[in-house]
Design a protein around this ligand. Structure first.
Ligand SMILES: [Fe+2]
Ligand SMILES: [Fe+2]
Length: 195
């Protein structure tokens, strides 16, 4: 019977997965940037692309710190997220809705990375790989900051602008008011017309 792998083996496996995910994102982020209409959103994707190149370098330092050769293993999770993102880009949404969708795709990737680095930091710390833990924490911090930046862009205008196209009369708000105030609801035709 083969000897059972340890947490250290699982750690190396997860590092290879993250290393591959970062490489996939280096190819995907320029497409998100190109599809963005908002200048700020495009710049956010472009600057995270630069950070992502740094993540690859840090991962190489992590491999070196534990005496391992940097090696990638196909990351199915991020591949799926990227594939979903590219099918959204094939849709014919208005520019503002598309920006909102690009943010949604970007945030899925950031959250996946945050989960992966959160685990890697915890495992490195538990096994006393302090240099690795420090480097991985730096990647984790940048993923969190990228996610927060996307939230700020969504909530700082892109969602509201996209919503204004979807609901030009602000009719959703009127319906909500009517429902909560107990006033007579809007006619059904009005609701059906508002997506
Ligand atoms: Fe990353
Ligand atoms: Fe990222």
């Amino acid at each position: 019977m083969p000897e059972a792998g340890t947490l250290h083996d699982a750690f190396i496996d997860e590092l290879r997965d993250a290393y591959d995910a970062e490489h996939q994102l280096i190819k995907a982020l320029p497409k998100l940037a190109e599809a963005a209409t908002s200048d700020e959103l495009r710049e956010a994707f472009e600057s995270h692309l630069e950070e992502t190149r740094g993540h690859v370098e840090r991962l190489e330092q992590v491999f070196a710190s534990i005496g391992e050769k940097a090696q990638a293993k196909h990351c199915d999770g991020i591949a799926g997220i990227i594939e979903e993102g590219s099918s959204v880009m094939d849709e014919s949404y208005d520019e503002l809705a598309m920006d909102a969708c690009l943010i949604a795709s970007g945030q899925r990737a950031e959250h996946y990375e945050m989960a992966a680095y959160g685990t890697l930091v915890a495992w490195a710390t538990a096994m006393g790989h302090t240099d690795a833990a420090d480097l991985l924490q730096q990647n984790l911090d940048e993923e969190k900051a990228a996610d927060e930046k996307l939230t700020a862009l969504a909530e700082g205008g892109i969602n509201a602008s996209a919503a204004a196209v979807a609901h030009p009369d602000g009719d959703t708000e009127t319906i909500v008011d009517a429902d909560t105030s107990g006033a007579k609801p809007k006619p059904a035709a009005k609701r059906a017309g508002s997506r």
